[in-house]
Ligand binder design. Sequence first.
Ligand code: NAD
Ligand code: DAU
Length: 339
Amino acid sequence: MKRILVTGGAGFIGANFVRHLSEHSDYEVTVLDKLTYAGNPASLAGLDERRVQLIVGDIADAALVDELVSRHDAIVHFAAESHNDNSLSDPMAFVQTNVVGTFVLLESVRKHGVRFHHISTDEVYGDLELDDPQRFTETTPYNPSSPYSSTKASSDLLVRAWVRSFGINATLSNCSNNYGPFQHVEKYIPRQITNILSGAMPRLYGTGNNVRDWIHVNDHSSAVQAILERGTIGKTYLVGADGERSNISVMRMILEYMGRGPDEFEWISDRPGHDLRYAIDASVLRNELNWVPEFQDFGAGLEHTIDWYCANEAWWLPAKQQTENKYSKSEIVLAGESK
Ligand code: NAD
Ligand code: DAU
């Protein structure tokens, strides 16, 4: 494997993965990215142009995809509409990119016999109760809640069917919530940091008791590289780093690290259908591929992330106002503490 096509490589996780490959491999990388509102070529700035090339285009463009797939050894497929809140207001783009786009890629992979790795999410499994001792495993039944997660579940099922029916050389991974540099300001952690930096109040949905299982994006990248190079064809791997935290506890860590009081945030009406808790059991990945996450200390990773947003205002500021304008159309600020 020498030439890798990375779809969605100008997005948050894709760009971090391309950066990771630049440091930890000698692959040549082509990024295929439509540069939606979530894609930013600046996230690839500074990389060696002899090894990383950006092609602006749509994964649902069959002719473009076929030409690109035919001259690569492997595809890592990150491209997606990725934000739950957007999927509630405008689900069509999610069906088009996440389902139709993945179908177009699979047909080309089938034709050219190219290695394929599909990136997915733990949200395909639905949610867990706060006190449930179980975590998600590779055999947990699919039960997605939102338009976003249902389109990701659909894309996973397409990949599994193409493996079984057509014998394509594919693997899948379902990861928990990523954090780190280059994440769009619509997402929870960057939104709160950049609200504080721009003089606005951070915003917490519902009770704040919802739990997410945080993993540093660099650990997701090392897991994907391990699966790409050493994973068993046809298999699904869950990726997570034992990082369960309630939203309110993450909020208070951000406030503390940024010198604010513990209650300097606003309570917001809850997200419709809001998943309560995600939790990943990554033992298969750890035991079979000897993968170990590097960022075991969430507090230290969060402080690095805050430092990155403080030092990179030019990267996030252009998207900030538009993002907050979009949120202001649906968000209701609650008086006092939400229950
Ligand atoms: P993102 O929204 O930051 O980036 C998505 C990228 O895909 C953008 O660069 C965008 O321009 C591109 N894109 C969108 N539609 C496209 C199309 N039709 N053709 C080509 N490019 C297109 O998303 P992210 O957070 O980096 O997520 C990447 C992948 O990882 C997604 O598949 C997502 O479901 C999955 N995932 C994300 C997380 C997380 O915490 N963010 C966790 C688990 C899995
Ligand atoms: O679990 C993996 C998933 O994690 C990925 O598949 C998705 O692509 C990714 O966006 C993420 O989904 P979430 O919905 O969990 O992430 P988000 O950053 O939107 O929200 C995290 C939590 O924070 C969630 O419980 C909602 C809450 N929230 C979010 C925002 C934007 C707030 O309380 N306030 C906010 O302003």
